[in-house]
Structures are given as structure tokens and as C-alpha cells.
Design a protein around this ligand. Sequence first.
Ligand code: UDP
Length: 361
Amino acid sequence: MKITIVAGARPNFIKIAPIIKSIQKKENEGANISFRLVHTGQHYDKNLSDTFFEELNIPQPNSNLEVKSGSQSQQTAAIMVAFEQELIDNPCDLVLVVGDVNSTMACALVAKKMNLKVAHVEAGIRSGDMTMPEEINRIVTDSITDYFFTTSETASENLLKYGADPKQIHFVGNVMIDTLMQNLGRIQKPDFWETYDLETGNYIILTLHRPSNVDEEASLQKLLLGIDALANGKKVIFPVHPRTKAILENTNIDFKNIIYVEPQGYLAFMYLIKNSFAVITDSGGISEETTVLGIPCFTMRTTTERPETTTIGTNVLVGISIENLEKEFHLFLQNGKRNGGIPNLWDGKASERIIDILLTL
Ligand code: UDP
């Protein structure tokens, strides 16, 4: 079986790493499976792309479509045109897409129109928020997927509700957690640890890049000033995503606690998360990692497509108002850390399960 694996953006790279390792293992054992890796070029900054390939030992892509930035439609269209040619030049039996970025949806559409089978890893998760481009990508991708690989029973149930055949749905666990477990022994202190005098368990990590939080300069400033105040002497390390950086370019605020740093590589970022006091974020993936690491996480969103991070894990959904974050954060300071659990099958073996299933097809 020839599989074309698609990756376009930072969270995709983290998800494909263990899948590729599992394929290589089976290939070495003589199984009839091989892959071709296509990077769409959606994320192309070194610290959002190359660093992840290097740190996670992902092989160099066989092809880079180099689509770069653009509006939602420009980017989606550019990926589709380039990926169609890629598949004409390099035929395969199955296209495997991960996550919920524009590359996921665009490449699934192209593959299906060329009568190829489509496998979607992290299928079935739903926020219910149609203003999120990711939610549209999820729904469109899942409407044409042949093999659904899910991270939770809830995701599998969502797919059944949408009319998927139960035989197509495979609850396998979470490949992001495979990567976390495979690399926990390799995590590294970032080089600014001493510069900022960071202490284990005594700083906060902040990441923000969703349009609802960062696209309005005035409300972003209000949010940051509020977070700076609630930190109350604890340093807040803020790896600034390029989207957020563009908005903050002309803003000069004198923070007491917030420290801007570049987006971090995986190994330094995981070190920072694992040793933090708490995390404030609008990322979905980070709320999964904090769940497994047992780190308190406050998610600045009104919905989550990963409900198990709040029902089982350490994640609290606080909405997008600073007032609500302050309320939830003070409750946490009063009551202490919640004892979270780890969702079913988030055990580091999801990729192996996926490849074992694909080999039976
Ligand atoms: N991440 C990282 N460095 C950073 C910020 C995030 O390595 O500076 C990792 C993070 O641990 C998680 C993934 O990137 O695994 C999440 O990416 P992002 O927030 O871009 O995507 P989302 O989860 O929002 O889809």
C-alpha cells in the first residue's frame, strides 16, 4: 500500500511524526506499506516548520508545494491545484490527512475527486462553532473520509450522528500524545531559562493565536494587560505566534510580568509546559498535552472540540473575557490544582493502531 501523507502546519508536523515512525517500523519488518510525505508549505517559518522536522526526526518531505500565506480561499485553492498535480505525478492508494488545517481539507477534497481513499486522523471532533475555519475544515474533511481515526468516544459518536458507517470509524487514541510520550525523555530547557531566572512550577505559559482573541488590537491589549495583572509577580512566558505578532507590531505596552519570546521548538516548549505553574492558551492541542501532564490549563475560547480535556483533564474553558479568566484563575488559586485523569487510549500507541488497521485494508 502506497500512502501519501499530508502535512502543512505546526500541529500537523507533531501529529505525523509518530505515524511515520510506525510505517517505517512495519516497512522494515517487510510489510507491504510505504509512504510519500507532502509538505504543503502552509507554515514555512523555520520555527514553525523546519525545527519540528529536525527535533522530531521527520524525514525531509518528498515534495513541498510551497503555497505559503493567503486568504482562506487563496490558500485552499493554491493547495488544491498543487496537490492535484502532485498526485498525478506520484500516484498512491490512499491519502492520509491529520487535524483540521486548510491543508487537511484541501488535500482530502483533491484525493477524493481523484477516486483515492482518504484516511483522516483526529476525525470527528466538533466545537460547534462555525466561525472557526478549523470547524469547517473538520466537517468538510469528514464528509468525504473513508477511514476515520478518532481520539475519543465522543468523536466517534459525532461521526455516527453525521451518518458515518460504524465500520469506517476506528477509535485509536491520540497521536499528539504518542509524540509527547516518545519525546518526554528528550525535552530541553530553553536557552532563556537562566536569562529570565525561571523557576520550576513558578511561571505561566501563554499562547494566543485564534482570530477571536488576537485580530482586534484593542481587545488583545485588554486581555494581555489583564493577564499581566493576574500573574501577580509570576513571570508569563508568551511565545508569540506570527499572526499575533503582526497585530502587536505597533503596540508598545510596558508589562510587569509578560515576556515575549519567539515560537518555541517542540522540545523546549514541552519543557516549559511540563514545568509551569499553569497555562493560558487558545490552542486545542496544548489542552491535550496539559491534560496528560496534569498542568492546569485555562482555555480562552467559548467552545472546545476536545471536551474530554475539561471533563477528564485539567482544562477549564473560560470564554474570551478577561473577567471570566480572572474569576476562574482566582478559584484555582483558592482551591488548588484539580486532579485530572488521562482519557482512554491516550497511551502513546495510537499510531501503531492506525497502521495495524491500514494494513488490514
Ligand atoms: N507548540 C510548540 N511551540 C510553541 C507553541 C506550540 O511546539 O511555541 C506546540 C504545542 O505543544 C502543540 C502544538 O504546537 O503540540 C499546537 O499548535 P497550535 O497551537 O499552533 O495549534 P492548535 O492546537 O491550536 O491547532
